[in-house]
Design a protein. Structure first.
Lengths: 162, 297, 769
């Protein structure tokens, strides 16, 4: 039973016929061939599948494509503009926040969402915002530096801010 | 990774339609809210729904607004992140925001709903204890009409609610809280981020004008029993006299005797019992400080 | 001379691909006509396969190929060839592949598995390697004596002893007799899962007419895998082509055939269509590879003044069901049990034992995490009893420049002392006794480690100069995520005298890039770096020769810098691009140089006769100093700070060194405090990342990476290696800090709150303060 889904991905509108059991992640990777979004576990435990839904990070492996109908999705591929990379992508590069790179798209998108909502976010807020993306290479220290360099602040922050 | 197996899919426009679908599918249909629990269980092969009924197509099931008379009404499809970030909740019911902020991760919180979390009926639910100590009620609608019940009455056994076939939770009602009260939720896990409660303790305390003696005390525990649990003996202990250090310790020990924790791959029964005692004492102390209007350390 | 690139914090040359999501990993490979594989796995830890009924699955929707062990009855194994591609008549661990299916979609392949019927006959199983050594233990490999052994591994057929290695030096009895104090302790270290964010994945294609295999994979040693596959299938290496993708993390776990084996088996039956096998996270955790768990017994003789007289070590390595890289782990890793310390009399019994569990294999450190755990905790136990400062006892016994290793190899570039001093200084030493905050106590601890590199090994490369003066480095060093490409680009650019941005480094392809022994053993900077350096010098020489010819002058008067050619006394003459245009004209042309490196024959390897095999061309040293806070009510240990000092020889890329030091320290914290594979009758219960917990960003303590440079005499620009040592020191540093904080010893990993509470209670009951 195929269902017609309309969604805007990185500013481009598209129509897709999907089975109900197709996840948003599968639609992005298999139908649109946007493989920058990864699948590390399929169960929402690792965060590598994070995309932005109207600017808010979600685990796309747990979103049905039909639930993304008429919504706006941003993937890592959507951050460049006219061949220029986003300041966050630039700072991740410069600060050494990228090792194997598998978690990088999810980290960057999560950071983008944070800084769009809280410019000047402190270290505590940065950690909280990125707490759902696992990095086995252990790039956490430099990821925090990269986010701070791209618009976060070097303030530590208390425990209870949101 | 594991792929979802096919299912029939419905987007009901009314609650009546949703109820009808649930009844028709005779237990094979599951309600889809945030999907963060449901899709995981499906991928793991724990359940194989014949149909998913998407509640998000219904209007008016999300949102936080003042209650009918007083207090707060939280739509069942309100996301956990909306709960966490709501200034209304942060101001007036901060323990709910505290608990919401401890659930999963930010991206999971953007998807997960309060109704989904409660409906999962997990003893480890982060939201249940704080709602229980605030004496929240659940509004339910089904083929038999509307009703509301205390939150704790929703839980039957691990993974099962007391809802009748076709019934859907529509909102959660949280009564107004007294300004001389404080509530806290503490969660113990293995790591700082993205963790399931090994043990969780929520405490609500209200003091009258004369400080030192609690007039109302409620304690609810996560992962301490098959369902989220009110620790009644511990509550009685807290109300039995001035809130001294000794009384708090007694209450902690009483909470252990109220509980029925298990050993599982996350922790042993003896460790859980000890942590129930420790966390209860710490949550009592935090709630007390909040009630006194102080800053929690 | 000022350096252009060496020593500079150069961002990753593949960084733009990664931050834009364009980098292709094995899981991203998508080819026309590609099929998808799924695997039916054994539910039993040990069983005979009685019957497999494939009648229904062949008819399942979308299914194109079905393979069981007897359809493809080959064994593989880089060291001992004991592992079937698919179980043939027997399963030896829960999760062992039994039947593989290829279908048009992944969902169909997974669905089809439900149509397969397998009848098993359960056999007695053994899970504890000590029990597996017992006389009547269930036997896993009756044919142990018949398997091909590709190295000098001593197996004991008729037992579960996969390999045994002994070593001795001096007179152990006399050594103990000489000691004032004897320390006998037993330690345990648990298995951990590598947990790369990209699970094991591979695409394989078999062209029947040519009998050629084409495999896309992020394995860390494409040439080694090509050889393993060629040996297993009795084909030539020319018939097995590995194309490397970027790797989403390996940490050693991608150092053996895992997904590749399934993909290759299936490819044989897919009539020329490529087939992709992606391990689910559950399969990654339960059916790929783990670190070896180990039981370690140490008996150490110490004089009153803190110097060592003797050490006797007995290590039992829990290998799981198949050898994988275990034989070398037990051999080389075992030897690091003596630590970076001068001990005259030594004895080692290192036994690698089969058990009915997920196979263990190479894991960051290759046995040193296990050995360092035992060595460094006992070190502090010794210091405590002798009332010596833990730093002092390590400084006293620690290796220094010119000291002899246990095989009499003279060691150069020995930065141990500096790592000890700087790490301890950074954490604040000696530890003061801060007042507890309520029930929370703080403490500090140290641990040091030594690690060598597999010696000798080969690396070779080509550097070609394109007609426009850009360059391409052809090397089989896989970018496993640790910065291999960037370091090699820096070395090339520095050596040749061209802009870094003008060098491209495509991913390895064994039909194009020449032989390399693999990205393992922290060897790439040194070995491939030296090969690149050699090729670079040759390219530079050739360029200047051509320049001399074109400019009609002596090449000796010319130099090359940033792609510009300068003449003595005349300044800049022309660019490399202009030079090649002049030389080759419109039809174009290029230059090519080869670099080949092996340390074999180096005088640095000289050692006691017959023991040269134990020499390492370089030794890496590291010290971690940890500060922890122990909550004595909950048993929770929080790491506040790690000062991690590493002797890297020369930091070709300090940014890259920091990345590796920080990363490995976090992995160490995670292994020590959060990770545990919970097993029940050979089955892993926590098969998701919700319950197999790795460190999140919120678990990050303050980490101060400290780079120590000792300038290795034969390393490229003096460099040695960095990738592995940091993984070894963190666990014992934390354990030693816990002792400093609350006076309890934890001798078996992981360190859990329950163990801490139990130890605190025991101490209280024994009347300790």
């Amino acid at each position: 039973m195929k269902i017609l889904v309309e969604l805007t991905v990185n500013g481009e509108e598209g129509q897709f016929e999907v089975e109900p059991q197709t996840t948003l992640l599968e639609l992005l990777r298999d139908h649109l061939h946007l493989t920058g979004t990864k699948e590390g576990c399929g169960l929402g435990d690792c965060g590598t599948c994070i995309v932005l839904l109207e600017g808010k990070p979600v685990n796309s492996c747990l979103v049905l494509a039909v639930d993304a109908n008429r919504r706006e999705v941003t993937t890592i591929e959507g951050l460049e503009e006219n061949g220029e990379i986003h300041p966050l992508q630039q700072s991740f590069l410069e600060k050494g926040a990228v090792q194997c790179g598998f978690c990088t798209p999810a980290m960057i998108l999560s950071a983008k969402s944070l800084l769009d909502q809280y410019p000047g976010a402190n270290e505590q807020q940065i950690k909280e915002a990125l707490s759902g993306v696992l990095c086995r290479c252990g790039s956490y220290p430099k990821i925090i530096e990269a986010v701070q360099a791209a618009g976060g602040s070097k303030k530590k922050g208390l425990g209870n801010e949101k | 990774m594991k792929r979802l197996k096919p299912f029939a899919y419905f987007e009901p426009q009314t609650l009546l339609e949703a109820a009808r679908l649930l009844v028709e599918q005779r237990g094979g249909a599951y309600l889809l809210a945030g999907g963060t629990d449901l899709l995981v269980r499906m991928k793991r092969g724990e359940i194989r729904p014949s149909a998913l009924v998407n509640l998000k197509s219904l209007q008016g099931l999300d949102g936080i607004k003042p209650g009918m008379e007083t207090g707060l009404s939280i739509g069942a499809l309100t996301s956990i992140s909306a709960l966490e970030q709501s200034s209304l909740i942060q101001r007036n019911y901060p323990v709910l925001s505290q608990a919401a902020g401890l659930l999963g991760s930010p991206s999971i919180r953007n998807l997960a709903t309060l109704g989904g979390n409660i409906g999962r009926a997990s003893p480890a639910s982060d939201m249940a204890p704080s709602l229980m100590v605030l004496t929240a009620r659940v509004s339910v609608e089904g083929p038999g009409g509307k009703r509301d019940l205390p939150l704790e009455a929703i839980f039957a056994e691990p993974g099962k609610t007391t809802l009748e076939p076709g019934e859907v939770m529509t909102s959660f009602l949280v009564p107004q809280v007294d300004p001389h009260s404080g509530a806290a939720y503490l969660k113990l896990g293995r790591r700082e981020g993205m963790d399931c409660a090994l043990v969780g303790a929520a405490v609500f305390l209200r003091f009258s004008g004369a400080r030192g003696e609690a007039k109302e005390a409620r304690i609810a525990l996560a992962s301490a029993a098959p369902i989220p649990l009110r620790a009644r003996k511990a509550e009685e202990e807290l109300l039995s006299g001035p809130l001294t250090e000794e009384r708090i310790q007694q209450a902690g020990r009483a909470a252990v005797s109220d509980s029925l924790p298990i050993s599982d791959m996350r922790a042993s029964v003896s460790y859980r019992k000890e942590m129930i005692r420790v966390l209860t004492c710490r949550a009592i102390e935090q709630a007390r400080q909040l009630a006194m209007g102080g800053i929690v350390h | 001379m000022k350096s252009e690139y060496v020593g500079k914090r150069v961002p990753r040359v593949e960084g733009v691909e990664k931050v834009t999501g364009r980098a292709v990993y094995s899981v991203d490979v998508d080819l026309p006509g590609m099929l998808y594989g799924a695997v039916l796995r054994s539910p039993w830890p040990h069983a005979r396969i009685v019957e497999i009924d494939l009648a229904e699955v062949r008819k399942a929707r979308g299914v194109k190929a079905v393979v069981a062990g007897k359809d493809f009855p080959f064994n593989f194994g880089g060291m001992i060839r004991d592992q079937p591609f698919l179980a043939i008549d027997r399963v030896r661990h829960v999760g062992e592949p039994v039947v593989a299916v290829a279908a048009a979609t992944e969902a169909e392949a997974q669905e089809a598995l439900g149509e397969i019927k397998v009848q098993y006959q359960e056999l007695p199983a053994v899970f504890d390697p000590r029990e597996a050594l017992a006389k009547n233990a269930p036997l896993l490999h009756e044919r142990l004596g018949e398997y091909v052994h590709t190295g000098p591994y001593q197996s004991v057929p008729g037992t579960n002893l996969c390999t045994v290695r002994t070593y001795s030096r001096g007179d152990i009895g006399a050594g103990f007799a000489e000691a004032d104090e004897l320390f006998e302790d037993e330690f345990y270290i648990h298995a951990v899962a590598h947990t790369p964010m990209e699970t094991h994945a591979a695409v394989a294609q078999y062209i029947p007419a040519e009998k050629n295999y084409l495999i896309w994979s992020s394995t860390d040693g494409p040439f080694r895998r090509a050889k393993e596959l060629a040996d297993a299938l009795r084909v030539t290496i020319n018939q097995v082509r590995f194309i490397s993708t970027y790797s989403g993390g390996g940490f050693g776990g991608k150092g053996a055939m895992v997904a590749e084996a399934i993909a290759v088996a299936l490819a044989n039956f897919c009539k020329g269509r490529p087939v992709k096998v992606v391990y689910t996270r559950e399969e990654e955790l339960t059916a790929s590879q783990t670190r070896h768990a180990a039981y370690l017994k140490l008996k150490t003789g110490v004089r009153k003044d803190g110097s060592f007289t003797a050490r006797q070590a007995e290590i039992i390595w829990d290998n799981g069901a198949y050898a994988s890289k275990g034989p070398d782990v037990a051999q080389r890793g075992g030897l690091t049990i003596f630590g970076p310390y001068r001990i005259p009399n030594l004895e080692l019994l290192s036994r690698l034992v089969y058990t009915n569990k997920e196979p263990a294999g190479a894991y960051r450190g290759f046995g040193t995490t296990q050995a360092t755990w035992a060595c460094e905790v006992q070190m502090d136990m010794i210091a405590a009893r002798l009332k010596m400062d833990p730093l002092e006892i390590r400084l006293k016994n620690g290796y220094q420049e010119g000291d002899a290793y246990i095989n009499e190899q003279v060691m150069h570039a020995v930065g141990l002392r500096e790592t000890l001093l700087r790490a301890s200084r950074e954490i604040g030493w000696p530890p003061s006794k801060p007042k507890p905050l309520g029930t929370r106590f703080r403490g500090k601890g140290l641990a040091a480690t030594i690690k060598g590199t597999a010696t000798p090994t080969e690396s070779s490369c080509f550097i070609k100069v394109n007609p426009d003066g850009t360059l391409t480095l052809l090397s089989s060093s896989v970018e496993i995520g640790a910065g291999q490409k960037t370091v090699l680009a820096q070395i090339a650019a520095e050596t040749i005298g061209v802009p870094l941005a003008s060098i491209s480094i495509p991913n390895p392809d064994t039909s194009i890039t020449p032989f390399d022994a693999g990205v393992t053993s922290s060897r790439t900077t040194y070995h491939m770096g030296n090969a690149v350096h050699g090729a670079g010098l040759e390219v530079r020489r050739k360029i200047l020769e051509v320049a001399g010819e074109v400019l009609k002058t002596e090449p000796g008067r010319l130099s090359l810098s940033q792609g510009r050619i300068f003449e003595e006394g005349a300044g800049e003459r022309l660019t490399l691009k202009e030079l090649l245009a002049k030389k080759f004209g419109g039809r174009g042309g290029g230059l090519l140089a080869e670099g080949r490196f092996s340390p074999a024959g180096s005088p640095l390897l000289a050692a006691a006769k017959g023991r040269e095999g134990m020499s390492s061309i370089f030794w890496m040293f590291a010290t971690h100093a940890a500060e922890v806070e122990v909550d004595t009510e909950t048993g929770v240990v929080k790491v506040l700070k790690i000062a991690a000092a590493h002797d890297v020889g020369t930091a070709i890329n300090p940014l890259g060194c920091e990345q590796q030091i920080e990363g490995a320290a976090i992995m160490g914290i995670s292994n020590t405090l959060f990770e545990e594979l919970k097993m029940e009758k050979g089955r892993i219960l926590n098969d998701t990342l919700a319950d197999y917990k790795v460190a999140t960003i919120k678990d990050l303590p303050e980490i101060v990476p400290i780079i120590v440079e000792t300038q290795h005499p034969e390393g490229p620009f003096g460099a040695k290696g960095i990738g592995e040592p940091a993984a070894a020191c963190t666990a014992p540093a934390i354990a030693n800090a816990i002792f400093d904080a609350v006076g309890i010893w934890i001798k078996d990993l992981p360190i859990t709150p329950e163990k801490v509470l139990a130890a605190l209670n025991q101490k209280k009951n024994e009347g300790g303060a």
